[in-house]
Write a protein that binds this ligand. Structure first.
Ligand SMILES: [Zn+2]
Ligand SMILES: [Zn+2]
Length: 330
């Protein structure tokens, strides 16, 4: 059996025999192999490095976001990139069929995303963004249905609806789920990422006009309409202007919407708990399916989730957070 060391320091460092691997690091040594699970900023590598393992989608999206991954390696013997179900192009990593790193992970099929893979492994390194019992999300169908009903009701009053989620990930899901509403517009930051995804082969249908185009053509005066927007506070200049001018209604999509304080903090009209991460019961489901001997938790409620697993008889240890904020939903 190979010697294995796992520790957190600017990302998660795994030593497996001679292999020195760093998972989603912010810094790395020359002799280390880097794995970048997806193109959210809290997982991207900030400098150039010779050996970066990433999907081609992640490499292209990183470039579109100003972080160049030169010559991404797509194959390394013994390492398998699997679907992590989090965002377009996101991957988890199975290391010599023994260690499984989830990256950010979702167990739900939704829009164009398939549920993340859960191979059997001896050591599981699992994200725990929502690793606290109170975080349980309704089914995607239920949330989508609620959103359709909100839009339908507001349209009957002639009010525009702004659907908000972070531009890489949620915005593509929202575009895909709500494209039947017309006219549909997209914020410039969403349009930029949607078009990069489309170039990489993601079918999001015909690209909606951007907010700017619609504004220049005077189309926003013709109410109602739906706008796909980045997550912005209701107090931001952009949103408060749209509310004042057009009477627009805001709907924010985030797992944090489970907290009643989220809606007020964001100052939105509706907050729906749709996430690109596992909720608490799905995290436990991943553990059961992977059936590991040892579990390391990272991100969000790492200590709480590890403690819960220990009470259930698992050998679970939290990894200290080395990057990103606790409430980063990316
Ligand atoms: Zn993350
Ligand atoms: Zn992420």
């Amino acid at each position: 059996m190979k010697q294995i060391f796992i520790r957190a320091s600017d990302g998660i460092r795994v030593e497996y025999g001679d292999l020195r691997l760093v998972l989603d690091p912010s810094r790395a040594m020359e002799d280390e192999l880097i794995f970048v699970s997806h193109a959210h900023y809290d997982h991207l590598f900030e400098a150039e490095h010779q050996r970066i393992l990433a999907s081609k989608e992640t490499a292209s999206l990183a470039a579109a976001r100003g972080r160049v991954i030169r010559n991404p390696v797509s194959e390394v013997k013994g390492l398998a990139m699997l679907n992590s179900g989090h965002i377009f192009g996101s991957r988890s990593l199975l290391i010599f069929d023994e260690i499984y790193y989830t990256g950010d992970f979702s167990l739900r099929s939704r829009a164009f995303l398939k549920q993340g893979e859960t191979p059997r492994c001896r050591i599981l390194i699992i994200e725990s963004t929502y690793g606290k019992e109170s975080y349980r999300f309704p089914s995607t169908e239920e949330i989508v249905d609620r959103a359709h009903r909100i839009i339908s009701e507001q349209f009957s009053y002639g009010r525009p609806v702004i659907l908000m989620g972070y531009p890489l990930g949620k915005a593509q899901v929202l575009t895909s789920l709500f494209s039947a509403w017309k006219p549909l517009y997209q914020h410039g930051s969403v349009a930029k990422i949607n078009s990069t995804c489309a170039e990489l082969g993601l079918d999001l249908g015909e690209a909606p006009q951007t907010y700017q185009e619609a504004q220049e053509k005077g189309l926003l005066e013709k109410k109602p309409w739906v706008l796909i927007s980045p997550m912005l506070s209701g107090r931001s200049a952009f949103i408060s202007n749209l509310k004042r001018k057009y009477g627009a209604v805001t709907v924010a999509f985030s797992g944090w919407a489970v907290d009643p304080s989220f809606k007020h903090a964001m100052n939105v009209d509706y907050a729906l708990p749709m996430s690109d991460h596992c909720d608490f019961s799905e995290l436990k489901e991943v553990v059961l399916r992977c059936s590991p001997e040892v579990i390391y938790t990272f991100h969000g409620f790492a200590a709480e989730f590890a403690e819960h697993l220990r009470k259930e008889g698992f050998d679970a240890r939290p990894l200290p957070s080395t990057r990103g904020g606790r409430y980063a939903d990316e």
